[in-house]
Write a protein that binds this ligand. Sequence first.
Ligand code: CTP
Ligand code: MG
Length: 237
Amino acid sequence: MALPRIHAIVPAAGQGLRLASRPGLPKQYRPLLGRPMLQWSVERLAAHHAVRGVTVVVAPDDSAFARLEFDAECPVDWTEGGDTRAHSVLNALEYVRQAHRADWVLVHDAARPCLGMEELNRLLDAGLRAPAGAILALPVSDTLKRGDGASPAAIVATQSRDDLWAAQTPQLFPAGLLHQALSDQLQAGKPPTDEAGAMEAGGHHPLLVPGATTNFKVTWPGDLLLAEALLRRRSWS
Ligand code: CTP
Ligand code: MG
């Protein structure tokens, strides 16, 4: 049997508002050990032998991508994103299905530069055997409190964390199924916050594959230091 064509999509069309990025320097271009975050994220995926290519989804007014040089084992190209992450991924899916004839897509946040090969291998091993693919995720470990919405918030209740998982990326799906699921959700005006959300709404049940705490999403200013510490260790090993 021929190996499936696996293509990675890296959404990088956001503004990084929670990180309070400077205008003109969105989060995905913030330097980590002197290299833009996006470069780390793309190169982790491109280093995997099963990944045939990587497509980065950039904002329409992006002026930084063209200056990047990737140290990659496979081709890296780009396409334009949209208003929400879901719109960005749908645009990219249309492009990669046509231009790269992808069978499977691996969608990974530009904002997760510390992805490890171990968890990527776990995802591919489990996901390629599952009809609706799989995502990396972590069982929730903190006690969950519901707040009352005020400021400062007060506790209203403690939520059970049984069977709750925090979704990470990469998320791996058959390209055609994800395309259909995302188009349906966007046509219904309900953009999901991750790709698995669209699959679920379409009646599919992707697997949950244990990720890693180190594969966190750089979101808040303090996360930059943490990411640099992890990347420094990685470049030593
Ligand atoms: N993203 C995208 N297109 C959008 C919005 C987000 O491609 N319209 C991407 C981001 O660039 C990021 C990933 O989706 O790599 C995860 O989103 P998030 O961490 O929320 O990044 P931002 O939306 O940039 O940050 P914030 O929500 O703090 O503004
Ligand atoms: Mg966002």
